[in-house]
Ligand binder design. Structure first.
Ligand code: HEC
Ligand code: HEC
Ligand code: HEC
Ligand code: HEC
Length: 446
């Protein structure tokens, strides 16, 4: 910084005096380093919005990181599981998340169990797109590492240049799952791999960090045998942060999964370096969505629509062998029930998705229409307009036969359990049958 000032200082002073030069964001010249970390995004690009307020999302994370960067130099790390499965939509999500991590300037990403469900070839394609380092020291193909074992990143901390070494490892407990999808891969036990890498790791880097895709307990055991890390980010410990734990000179941290929180580790001012302080920031509605990241999300939704993933949802036969009639078909004989239903939130569930731009997203549509996963159920607004929204048959079951011949084809009771396919805790945390039923109560007269 000082040398640049020497070269450009005088002309700059002149420009400033003339009022012609306005730096966009005046960054403090010396900033301390902060290490931001997260585990297991699990496909949660943004929260679904089914209940309010909802926490998390990558566009909010982008805003937090931009705020942090005003006062800090950032090292950005992510630990495992961009998505949770290996279907086409997960591929699109994984590509989207890589693009988002690039946009935010992520330095390293460690691979998790579910990432391997995308298949090694697909992961390699993602690796080509990722501008940071994709890490996994202990997964091998034909005896040689399939991904980078570690990366060295240079960042400044106050006025000092630091070399930061980041190692990525996955617990060998996931070997079976990795090999089921990728039989050509083998998993070396994490501890064994570290023994082999120790001479390289121990002598390099002013600060050493381990991204470990495994539990806190496993991480602690590793650290007891390999006590030269400053920070270990672990995984598989639920959706909320866990208080940091100090083991020797190592701080073990976990910021929760599903992109709800961001962990921030601050370094001591001078050598010998240590983690001085860890904080966890909850991504509440106070953090606005970053516009550029939101644009990347909309491009993702456009791809979901362009590839017509909605039409590719696997379908099974209905349990009672009947087709679907649509709620309007019930009106002639159940006029009062129909009238009540029309005024409930269920009757506008599709409009909600249209407003949210998720109306072509099978991950949302499944709970906001009738029978998406069944033969004869909702296909699209154009093909099956009568089956949009949460209709009578979402709870009473397919009733085409009943509507044709109600005496022969009885429907039986829907019951409280009929709500539970959709009102699951993740989407309806406040669900309680008594209070919810009161809001949609019907079935008194025909
Ligand atoms: C497992 C079923 C399920 C899935 C999947 C689902 N939803 Fe929902 N959604 C619900 C339920 C149930 C509610 C009502 C929750 C409540 O009020 O307790 C709801 C409510 C909503 C609401 C609030 C409506 C309002 O007016 O208050 C929005 C917005 C919404 N969902 C959007 C989405 C989006 C976007 C997705 C996909 C990313 C999605 N949902 C996926 C079940 C689901
Ligand atoms: C042609 C008239 C008619 C139509 C159309 C019709 N129902 Fe019915 N529904 C009946 C009759 C009649 C009964 C039996 C009433 C009784 O005997 O208690 C009944 C009973 C029911 C019951 C009580 C459970 C049972 O089977 O006895 C439910 C639930 C029901 N109907 C839902 C629906 C739904 C949902 C639709 C639209 C898909 C629908 N009905 C369409 C005439 C009809
Ligand atoms: C097929 C999925 C599905 C089923 C089954 C389902 N719901 Fe819903 N429910 C939804 C969705 C989606 C919404 C949000 C609709 C919107 O606002 O867009 C919702 C909203 C509601 C609301 C409005 C909540 C509010 O805060 O205003 C109530 C009440 C409700 N459901 C009760 C029930 C009850 C009771 C059952 C079972 C008897 C049930 N639902 C079954 C999907 C379902
Ligand atoms: C969110 C779920 C849900 C939706 C949507 C819904 N119902 Fe119901 N309905 C129930 C439940 C729960 C009961 C209580 C009796 C039972 O468990 O079957 C009930 C009761 C009934 C009854 C009386 C059944 C009896 O045994 O006497 C009829 C008839 C009926 N509903 C028709 C309809 C029609 C027609 C629609 C659409 C216009 C509709 N329902 C929409 C859940 C639903």
């Amino acid at each position: 910084m000082r040398s640049r000032w020497a070269v450009f200082g005088l002309p700059l002073v002149a420009l400033l005096a003339l009022g012609l030069y306005r730096p966009e964001v005046p960054l403090p010249s010396t900033r301390p380093l902060a290490i931001v970390f997260g585990s297991e995004i699990n496909g949660y690009i943004t929260p679904c919005g089914c209940s309010k307020p909802m926490v998390g999302g990558i566009p909010r994370r982008g805003t937090l990181l931009r705020q942090l960067a005003e006062q800090h130099v950032l090292l950005k790390l992510e630990n495992g599981d961009l998505t949770k499965a290996g279907g086409r939509q997960d591929e699109l999500k994984a590509e989207t998340l890589i693009e988002m991590l690039n946009q935010m300037g992520y330095d390293a990403l460690n691979l998790g169990k579910y990432d391997f469900l995308l298949g090694i070839d697909y992961l390699r394609a993602l690796q080509m797109q990722f501008k940071g380092a994709m890490l996994c020291a202990n997964v091998q193909e034909g005896g040689s590492p399939a991904f980078e074992a570690y990366t060295l990143v240079e960042k400044s901390h106050n006025d000092t240049k630091l070399r930061l070494l980041i190692v990525g490892l996955i617990s060998e407990k996931h070997a079976e799952s990795i090999r089921a999808r990728n039989p050509q891969l083998s998993v070396v036990p994490a501890r064994e791999q570290l023994n082999a890498l120790r001479p390289q790791i121990e002598t390099q880097g002013d600060v050493r960090i381990l991204l470990f895709y495994g539990t806190g307990e496993e991480a602690e055991q590793l650290v007891r045998a390999h006590p030269y890390f400053h920070l270990v980010v672990y995984a598989n410990a639920g959706d909320g942060p866990i208080p940091p734990k100090q083991v020797g000179q190592t701080r073990l941290v976990f910021a929760g999964n599903d992109a709800k929180f961001v962990g921030i580790a601050h370094l001591s001012d001078g050598a010998p370096y240590a983690i001085a302080r860890v904080e966890y920031t909850r991504l509440t509605e106070d953090f606005k969505d970053d516009e550029q990241l939101l644009a990347i999300k909309l491009a993702y939704l456009a791809r979901v629509e362009a590839e017509n993933l909605l039409a590719m949802v696997p379908r099974r036969p209905t349990p009672n062998g009947s087709g679907f009639a649509g709620s309007r078909a019930c009106m002639p004989c159940h006029a009062e029930d129909y009238r009540i239903w029309q005024r409930t939130a269920h009757a506008k569930a599709m409009q909600t998705l249209i407003d949210e731009k998720h109306d072509k997203d099978p991950e949302c549509v499944v709970c906001h229409v009738v029978g998406l996963e069944y033969e004869g159920g909702f296909r699209s607004l154009e093909e099956t307009p009568a089956l949009k929204d949460v209709g009578c048959e979402s709870c009473h079951g397919p009733a085409k036969l009943h509507a044709q011949d109600p005496e022969t084809h009885r429907l039986g009771k829907a019951g409280a359990q009929s709500c539970m396919t959709c009102h699951v805790p993740a989407h309806s945390p406040g669900f309680d049958f008594e209070t919810y039923w009161k809001k949609i109560e019907h079935g008194f007269k025909k």
